[in-house]
Design a protein around this ligand. Structure first.
Ligand code: PLP
Length: 392
């Protein structure tokens, strides 16, 4: 009866949300489920950010704003890039959108034609391939396994690029693996990209601040200034400031592309919520020590969890560089439990151990599952106890 569009039929609903939903159903039915599927910090949004939002409401900042965001916030984003990354941007090179996901969607809509190829390193953030398909593009997946710390090599990138390639996604530190590209690794990728001028690079820096490596954060724009006009930096306040619900993301890149993305936004969502923009302004310009507090907690949990999971027979994971995820290889456990897929094993773990995880297949990496440690240490310990019981 309802003849849906080919566009929507080409995609799947976000699988991370599907797991949370299943876990929520079990919870509702009275089961004591531990949800380690979520992709958001368990911390509350900092008080000074909330206060800024309340003040914005009281001051009547409750109307439409400029489509591309209030000037103060765009300037704060420019300041952020100068302060954290020593990168220079001007106002027409910045677009404020309704979350990082929206920034990415604007970019894909503005840049891709049907049939254009987009190179996506796997394990990837679940939404990239489906968002590409939604605008008619063709995802081209490069697989990077545990032995290469889930990061692609320059040779792999070179082999994946064709004359039809128009975009490359880079996400470092990575959701779901937690690993980050070093400055040297990015330089090697830049060498390949110099040979292929038709390729734009989408650098998803959403987890920039949730990093504990000795080397500080680098993205491609910092490492290869000569590629500046081919790079779109994508980020937002969701993860660093525990602001997932506020829906503010931003993009920084070439003026004509930002203008095109703004045009799309002007005919779809218009400006991001005015109150959230004022909150994001406070977050970016305020005391940044709130980030350190969260990162310290994430690091402590990471150290515990990676060590604990490696003691469970049939599970293997490598220490990450940042984020609040660890990606475990579960092929041994799948074999022991007679599960032919990671999805089947995750379902079994949800039903038997009452722990909700996201299967690796969702990230283009079968044989794995993602643990989110955006939850307190006591809960993580209980989850490990349950999975250990389940495994033995
Ligand atoms: N990029 C990555 C790698 C993410 O993990 C996420 C959120 O899960 C996003 C972008 C989107 O963030 P937002 O909630 O701001 O849309």
């Amino acid at each position: 009866k309802y003849q849906l569009s080919d566009r929507v039929n080409a995609i799947q609903p976000s699988p991370t949300l599907a797991v949370s939903q299943k876990a929520a159903e079990l919870l509702l039915a009275g089961h004591d489920v531990i949800g380690l599927g979520v992709g958001e910090p368990d911390f509350d949004t900092p008080d000074f950010v909330k206060e800024a939002a309340k003040a914005a409401i009281d001051a009547g900042q409750t109307k439409y704003t400029a489509v591309d965001g209030i000037i103060e916030l765009k300037q704060a984003v420019i300041n952020k890039f100068k302060r954290d990354n020593n990168l220079d941007y001007s106002l027409p090179e910045i677009l404020i959108s309704s979350g990082g996901k929206h920034s990415i969607f604007n970019l894909l809509s503005a840049w891709l034609n049907p049939g254009d190829e987009v190179v996506i390193p796997a394990p990837y953030w679940v939404s990239y391939p489906d968002m590409v398909k939604l605008v008619g593009g063709e995802p081209v997946i490069i697989e990077a396994g545990i032995d290469q710390r889930y990061k692609i090599t320059a040779a792999q990138l070179d082999a994946a690029i064709t004359p039809k390639t128009r975009l490359l996604f880079l996400n470092s530190p990575s959701n779901p693996t937690g690993t980050a590209y070093s400055k040297a690794e990015l330089s090697e990728l830049a060498d390949v990209l110099r040979k292929h001028p038709q390729v734009l690079i989408a650098s998803d820096d959403m987890y920039e601040h949730i990093l504990w490596t000795e080397e500080s954060f680098y993205n491609l724009a910092m490492v290869a200034p000569d590629l500046h006009d081919r790079i779109m930096l994508l980020s937002g306040v969701s993860k660093a400031y525990a602001m997932t619900g506020w829906r503010i993301g931003y993009a920084a890149g070439p003026k004509p592309l930002i203008a095109a993305m703004k045009k799309i936004q002007s005919q779809s969502t218009s400006n991001a919520a005015s109150i959230s923009q004022h909150a994001a302004l406070a977050a970016l310009e305020g005391d940044q020590s709130c980030i350190r507090t969260m990162v310290n907690a994430f690091k402590e949990r990471h150290d515990y969890l990676v060590d604990a999971l490696n003691q469970i027979p049939g599970m293997k994971c490598i220490p990450g560089d940042g984020t609040f995820y660890t990606f475990a290889n579960i092929e041994g456990l799948m074999a022991a439990k007679d599960c032919s897929t990671d999805i089947a094993l995750c379902e079994l773990m949800l039903n038997n151990a009452k722990v909700a995880l996201v299967p690796g297949t969702a990230f283009g990496a079968p044989g794995h599952c993602r643990f989110s440690f955006a939850t307190d240490l006591a809960t993580l310990k209980e989850a490990v106890r349950r999975i250990t019981d389940f495994a033995s």
